[in-house]
Design a binder for this molecule. Structure first.
Ligand code: FES
Length: 160
């Protein structure tokens, strides 16, 4: 695992300060600050979170809580592409298990893991708001609906 530098780059710090200037208080800028750093580094390590907290003028403990609560912030390394697979009730009824099995088989990982080639991380997610087209998953910012075992192959091929 690559060790992240524990200090913010000048660019990251400027972007965080810009964000703070748009918010009523620094705490409100916390999620955006975490996203700024995550965009550059892929995830938020224990090493860097203290520096982000310092830039925001909040305690590291407070920022840890925010980062842990918000599921778009990754606290460990993730793959190049994030697959969020809906496990809420409608998708669950409409074929969750079949699709989950196919995804895990093709990627050779279980839910919550990253493929050996570092390409995909497979995560569960709650309802993506497309229940009428379930089962549903997102890969990065793209939503895929009415999933079938066959469509999964074609979809994943686009990311190879
Ligand atoms: S339950 Fe899966 S999109 Fe709503």
């Amino acid at each position: 695992m690559k060790i992240q530098k524990s200090f913010l780059s000048k660019e990251e710090l400027c972007a965080i300060q810009r964000e703070i200037s748009h918010c009523e208080n620094t705490r409100a800028a916390a999620i955006e600050a975490l996203k700024i750093v995550q965009r550059k580094r892929g995830w938020i390590s224990d090493n860097i979170i203290g520096s982000i907290a310092q830039a925001l003028n909040v305690t590291q403990c407070d920022l840890e809580e925010i980062a842990t609560f918000y599921n778009q912030i990754f606290r460990k390394p993730v793959g190049q592409h994030i697959i969020r697979f809906c496990d809420s009730v409608v998708c669950y009824i409409m074929g969750y298990h079949k699709i989950k099995m196919i995804l895990e088989k093709i990627l050779k990982i279980n839910i919550g893991e990253t493929s050996d080639d570092g390409k995909f991380t497979l995560l569960p997610t709650c309802c993506l708001g497309k229940c009428d087209q379930s089962p549903v998953m997102m890969i990065d910012d793209e939503t895929y609906v009415k999933l079938t075992p066959e469509s999964i192959f074609y979809i994943l091929e686009k990311y190879q």
